[in-house]
Design a protein. Structure first.
Length: 386
C-alpha cells in the first residue's frame, strides 16, 4: 500500500510566519505577506505536483478566497495535481453543486476531490444567509450528499426532505470519474453522516491514541451501514535535516506570535460550536509554551493563532517519517499537510521525508517525474525556496 499525501493552497495568504484565523476568526496580518494570487498559488501547486503530492486542499470561509473559483484557475497551470475543494452544502443547491463538480471533472481531466464542510460557527453561517443550528446543518448535509450522489449515478432525483427539496433533478452529463467525498467532524451526528455518505473521513492532528479512538468510532458506524471508509489526517509539518533545526524553526514561529493576537484568536475560538475545534483547543491548554509538545514530535503551537488544524509534526526527516508510520499503523492512509511558507515547506517535506518513506516501501511517486514542469512557473514569493 502506498500512502497518499496532499498539500495545501493558502488562499488566505502565506508568510514566513503563521497565518492565523479561521473558524469564524479573520486571517491575521501575516496573510498579506504573500497574497494568494493565482501566480503564487500556481507555483505552490506546481511544486506539490512535482514532489509527488496527489492533491491540494483549499479552505472555505470568510477568511479566504473562494475555493471553487481559485482552484478552477490554478488547475489550468497544472497537469496532474488534484484539488480537494472545501465547500459548504448550505450555500449552493445540491443540483448545482453536482453540476459544478461534473463540469470541473471534465475541464480538468478528473482532478476534483470534494471536502464537505458543514460549518461549525453559526455566526459565520448567518453572514451567508444560513440560519440553521449546528445539528440541523448536519442533517441538511446528509440530504445534500444523498441528492448529489444519486445525481452522479445518473439518476433522476425527487427528494422532499426536512431541509432540501428537489423535483425531477438530473444531470445532462455525469462526472467521470465521480469525485471522492472527504469529510470531518467530531460530534455524534457528524459521525452518522460520515458513516452513510463519505469516502474519506478526515481528522485533525490529535495524538495517536485519540486518532485511534476516532477511527474505531467511524469504522463501527460505517460497518453498521454496510460500508467501509478510508481515513486521513490534517497536519502542519516542520521537518529539517536535524531535530534541532526543526525545533528552532518552531520556536521562531512561536516567537512571532503577538500576545494580543493570541488572546483575540483564542477568545474567538473558545466560542466555537465545533466539537473538533474544542478538541484542538484542549491540546494546548491555554498556550503554556513548555507544554506544546503533546506527543513526541507533535506540536500544538499552531493552534494558538489558527482555527481548525492546529498541530504540526516537528522534527528531523527521520523523526517525521516515524510519526507518519505511527499514524499509518492506526489506519491513516491519507495525509493532508501544510507548512509556513507553503512553497518552501513543500520542498522540505517532499525532498526530505517522502524519499525516506519511499525507501521503506510506504510511498511511491504518483506521477512520472520526467513529465512534471513545476519550474515553468516563476517564483512569486520572497526569498529563495530553500
Amino acid at each position: 500500500m502506498s500512502l497518499t499525501f496532499h498539500w495545501f493552497l493558502p488562499t488566505n495568504g502565506d508568510s514566513r510566519h503563521v497565518v492565523g484565523g479561521g473558524h469564524g476568526t479573520p486571517a491575521t496580518a501575516s496573510g498579506r505577506d504573500r497574497p494568494p494570487t493565482v501566480a503564487y498559488l500556481s507555483q505552490i501547486a506546481r511544486a506539490a505536483e512535482d514532489l509527488g503530492f496527489v492533491g491540494a486542499l483549499t479552505p472555505t470561509g470568510a477568511w479566504c478566497e473562494d475555493a471553487w473559483l481559485t482552484t478552477a484557475m490554478v488547475s489550468q497551470n497544472t497537469e496532474r495535481l488534484k484539488f480537494l475543494v472545501a465547500f459548504r452544502p448550505g450555500f449552493v443547491s445540491p443540483t448545482l453543486a453536482a453540476q459544478m463538480a461534473s463540469t470541473f471533472q471534465r475541464q480538468t481531466g478528473g482532478r476534483l476531490l470534494l471536502n464537505v464542510v458543514t460549518g461549525g460557527e453559526s455566526h459565520e453561517q448567518r453572514a451567508y444567509g444560513d440560519f440553521l443550528d449546528k445539528d440541523a446543518r448536519y442533517r441538511r448535509t446528509g440530504e445534500f450528499l444523498q441528492i448529489v450522489r444519486e445525481l452522479w449515478e445518473g439518476k433522476t432525483v425527487d427528494l422532499h426532505g426536512e431541509h432540501l427539496q428537489v423535483a425531477d433533478a438530473t444531470l445532462a452529463r455525469v462526472p467521470d470519474p465521480v469525485p471522492e467525498v472527504y469529510f470531518g467532524g467530531s460530534s455524534p451526528i457528524a459521525g452518522e453522516i460520515a458513516a452513510r455518505h463519505v469516502d474519506v473521513y478526515l481528522t485533525w492532528g490529535e495524538p495517536p491514541a485519540q486518532v485511534a479512538e476516532k477511527i474505531a468510532w467511524i469504522r463501527k458506524l460505517a460497518a453498521e451501514q454496510g460500508r467501509t471508509v478510508r481515513f486521513g489526517i490534517r497536519l502542519h509539518v516542520i521537518t529539517r535535516e536535524s531535530s534541532e533545526q526543526a525545533w528552532a524553526e518552531a520556536n521562531r514561529l512561536l516567537d512571532g506570535f503577538d500576545p494580543e493576537t493570541v488572546a483575540s484568536v483564542q477568545a474567538g475560538l473558545a466560542r466555537s460550536e465545533s466539537a473538533g475545534q474544542q478538541r484542538m483547543l484542549a491540546l494546548h491548554d491555554g498556550g503554556n509554551r513548555d507544554g506544546l509538545e503533546i506527543h513526541p514530535n507533535l506540536w500544538a503551537g499552531i493552534g494558538l493563532v489558527r482555527g481548525g488544524a492546529g498541530t504540526a509534526l516537528v522534527g528531523s526527516h527521520d523523526e517525521v517519517a516515524e510519526r507518519i508510520k505511527e499514524y499509518a499503523a492506526l489506519g491513516i492512509e491519507e495525509f493532508v499537510l501544510s507548512g509556513y511558507p507553503h512553497l518552501e515547506e513543500a520542498y522540505w517535506f517532499g525532498e526530505g521525508v517522502l524519499p525516506r518513506l519511499e525507501a521503506q516501501g510506504l510511498w511511491q511517486h504518483p506521477f512520472p517525474r520526467q513529465t512534471s514542469s513545476s519550474a515553468q512557473v516563476p517564483f512569486a514569493g520572497t526569498g529563495n525556496p530553500r
